[in-house]
Design a binder for this molecule. Sequence first.
Ligand code: EPZ
Length: 425
Amino acid sequence: MDSLVIEGPARLRGTIRVNGAKNAALPIMAAALLAEGPSLIRDAPNLQDISSQIELLEKLGARTQRRPDGAMEITVQDENDSHAPYELVRKMRAGICVLGPVLAKRGRARVSMPGGCAIGDRPIDIHLRGLRALGATIHLDGGDIVATAGRLRGAEVFLGGNFGSTVLGTANVLCAATLAHGKTTIECAACEPEIADLADYLNAMGARITGQGTPRITVEGVDKLTGCEHRIIPDRIEAGTFMVAAAISHGQIEIQNVRLDHLLAAVDKLRAIGAIVEPSNGGVMVAAPRRLLATILTTQPHPGFPTDLQAQFMALLSIANGNSIITEKIFPDRFLHVAELARLGARLHREGATVIIEGERTLIGAPVMASDLRASAALVLAGLAADGITTVNRVYHIDRGYEKIEERFNALGAKIRRVDQTQVE
Ligand code: EPZ
């Protein structure tokens, strides 16, 4: 199992390009199952989660191919197998987003119920409520969700829950509604840019969707969708992680292929604590010449502060001047990084879904354990700022969401080595 050995502190400088968004690519790849004919998806990143999704699509009868220019072609060849089994969905929860497309196109779907994960319970009750509202019959059998329907019927569907809307639940219902008979109105839809990107892809295939990016999405059902070409939006969480890398290392990074309008809350916080964030050469320049200030931050559904940047900002605020407060309102247990950051000397006090951070001047390198994707990113960022050697173990988590992270940070002046820990032990 690989580890990253980080020699800190580093002051990162240079230019870095953001890849296409993993969390847009995953539901878009699943939506390709709705189409007649091939779809060409551009800018899908090269990540473990994308490979897992490819494996799942192939199990479901699609042929996928990466062209030499990196574009991914997806063509459905056989619609007989509608079963997304446990071995595949277990590896990657986003496998659940094949449910809506397969059900709508094939009239039946059997998808393993994803379990919980390091960041919490991750229920899917709202997905199922939404699909039932469109006329699906759903029951559970041997840990699988078994859904059947004749042609789905347009309906008014409410997707609100105790923690706001649901991103992948909105993706599932949106995909299903494209081929339903009549009009669907999704109320309390997720407003995340990844959902708007999915809707843009579906529209390019012939769907009739309006209101994407707002809490009310309207879908006029059509009889057929046709494969098309689509470019995935830049990954706002990767971009936000690079912004924190610039700030935590007191460096200066120009970030290319970034949509600042997708990152308003994170940019607002960075500026509020004293970082410089300025448009530059079609991208954005982020710098932090001085020690940053403390702040209060609460995660929320988009356009609020994203939960997927919470851990990275906790690393950053652990060396800010003063006491900060972070409250997690999407996944109240998404705090596995707290104990690991504490091993580096961060002074963190958790009370339920809130963490109080007493800013320290420096962190000190230590061995730490990655627990989930964003927590791992936070540990790498903290390692860049810490004095001495930080070894981030179980780094496969980070490979699920960030392509060649050590090579890209090293190109900015970091000193990170990937080692096979099993050979060291
Ligand atoms: C997506 O997960 C992302 N994953 C997550 O990113 C991200 O953290 C999350 O949205 C929130 O922004 C992908 O896009 C692949 P939700 P998703 O359904 O859709 C509750 C990363 O690091 N809920 O929007 O599974 C749920 O428990 C990953 O890249 C229900 O109660 O998240 C949570 O509190 C991790 N019932 C809230 O809603 C449901 O049926 C939001 O979850 C569904 C969700």
